[in-house]
Ligand binder design. Structure first.
Ligand SMILES: [Zn+2]
Ligand SMILES: [Zn+2]
Length: 492
């Protein structure tokens, strides 16, 4: 599938807009629209519920984005969170030194009177045999030697722009958890193993971001730091290694629980040379994005590196008292680190289907009901009948107390259904003439509405007063066919 299809659907239906679009946009920044914010909130809510609310061994945290600059010295980000960059002396563009030959390059060929060509990435000119040495963009400028460029966004705290006031936007949420380790441990009286979870924005000034919301300067992380006693063993094996495996399995299962197909997920083990200097083992959960297999989440065993670094730099003890062994230990930490924006993209891509229904193309987002931005759409069959409109609006109000519910009367019913399919609304409710009856003819309504399921497009007739119960069951996980069996079917 093509990423453009998703980007265009996202814009058309209010999921994601380019940031500052009326000014020509700003690179790699995106805004979540009315449906996008619901979807993203639902993803974060599902993550929080499953990893914090439902677990007895987890607590939450929301640390500040701005932290003491010493944090980034101790964590290694100030010295090592860098990319080697080169600048073009002519056009001033900046490139990652290790990616210069990953893009097509501009060439003024001496063998053809200086004609301008674009040569494929990493290839030589087929007229003169030359390889790229100059700036790949303008084809004229010499490049500076590589310099290390820090990926953290630098800013100033307070009114004076001087070195002493320099601070950074956090490049990861994890450090907020490490520096609060003792606060959390003491205030919550926790026993190892336990985890601290956090959802929040992080910032990385990467030079080559891109691919829609897959890689952006500003992004939201969903991170867990799960602390384990390194002296413990489980079935004769080091506890940190066992917990690492458990978290990999748990996180892999989580994406599938909310609808991602197993064949679009894979586990990728980091090679020894690729491991971060602090990591004992790291496994990525990759998703088959339209741009190819790419990281959705990393699950790392960060050992005791971070707590030791911060303890050393701050002079504060960050240990845990092991009652059984009567000794202080520095816990090991397992870190499942997921991207909220990447998850949103993966859920969108995986839900997207083009189907043929009676010779017509139907676009449908088969979102898990927990993730769907709109849960129910209430649609009046005739908007000229005041009783129908009033009943439908009243119904929307009642359902909206429990589920995100919209009312729409701006098109004919077939069109309205297709619109809701395209944004993944699991259920539509239609109020029609039969529901309200005809007072002039002295006909009473049956006070029943048509409920339509997105995936099967089946329709059933349900009494108004039973709707809340029916949706309660459906959104609680009941299967449609079991619920539908209790009500008469309606021919679509
Ligand atoms: Zn240049
Ligand atoms: Zn040439």
């Amino acid at each position: 599938m093509n990423m453009d299809v998703i980007v265009s659907l996202c814009k058309r239906r209010g999921f994601v807009f380019q940031s500052s679009e009326i000014y020509g946009g700003i690179a790699s920044c995106w805004d979540y629209g009315p449906l996008g914010v619901e979807l993203k909130n639902n993803v974060k809510r599902a993550w929080w519920r499953d990893n914090v609310t439902l677990r007895a061994d987890m607590v939450g945290l929301d640390a500040a984005i701005l932290m003491h600059p010493a944090v980034w010295k101790a964590s290694g980000h100030l010295d090592h969170f860098t990319d080697p960059m080169v600048d073009c002396r002519a056009c001033r563009r900046r490139f990652r030194a290790d990616q210069l030959d990953a893009q097509p390059w501009t060439h003024y060929c001496p063998a053809t009177k200086g004609n301008k060509f674009t040569v494929a990435a990493g290839e030589a000119c087929r007229h003169c045999g030359a390889r790229r040495t100059l700036c790949p963009e303008c084809g004229k400028g010499e490049l500076t030697p590589p310099r290390q460029f820090n990926l953290m966004f630098k800013t100033f705290m307070g009114p004076v722009e001087e070195d002493a006031a320099v601070t950074y936007l956090r490049p990861e949420t994890a450090q907020g958890i490490f520096v609060n380790f003792d606060n959390v441990l003491q205030s919550m009286r926790l026993k190892l193993p336990f985890g601290v979870a956090q959802i929040g924005k992080s910032f990385r000034n990467e030079i080559t971001p891109g691919n829609f919301i897959f890689r952006t300067h500003e992004f939201e992380q969903m991170e867990i730091e799960f602390f384990v006693n390194p002296n413990d063993t489980i079935d004769g094996r080091p506890a940190d290694e066992v917990w690492h495996e458990r978290w990999i399995e748990e996180r892999l299962a989580w994406y599938q629980r909310y609808g991602i197909r197993r064949e679009n997920l894979r586990l990728r083990e980091h090679e020894k040379g690729e491991l971060a200097h602090y990591a004992k083992r790291t496994a990525d959960i990759d998703y088959k994005f339209p741009i190819g297999w790419s990281e959705l989440e990393g699950v790392a065993n960060r050992t005791d590196f971070d707590l030791k670094q911060h303890s050393q730099a701050s002079g504060k003890s960050l240990t845990y008292f092991d009652e059984e062994r009567k000794t202080h230990v520095v816990p090991y930490v397992i870190e499942p680190s997921a991207g909220a924006d990447r998850s949103v993209l993966a859920f969108l891509v995986d839900a997207y289907r083009e189907e043929e229904v009676r010779g017509e193309k139907r676009v449908v987002l088969r979102f898990h009901p927990d993730l769907a931005p709109i849960k129910i759409a209430v649609l009046p069959l005739l908007k000229k009948r005041p009783e129908i409109v009033a009943t439908a609006q009243d119904l929307r109000e009642r359902l909206a107390r429990r589920w995100t519910t919209v009312y729409d009367d701006t098109a004919a019913i077939g069109r309205l259904y297709r619109r809701q399919d395209e944004v993944g609304t699991p259920y539509c409710v239609t109020v029609d003439v039969q529901t309200v009856g005809d007072a002039e003819k002295g006909e009473a309504g049956d006070r029943k509405v048509t409920v339509r399921a997105r995936d099967s497009m089946e329709q059933i007739r349900v009494p108004l007063e039973e709707l809340v119960t029916v949706f309660g069951e459906l959104f609680d996980g009941a299967v449609w066919s079991a619920v539908a069996a209790r009500y008469p079917a309606v021919k679509g």
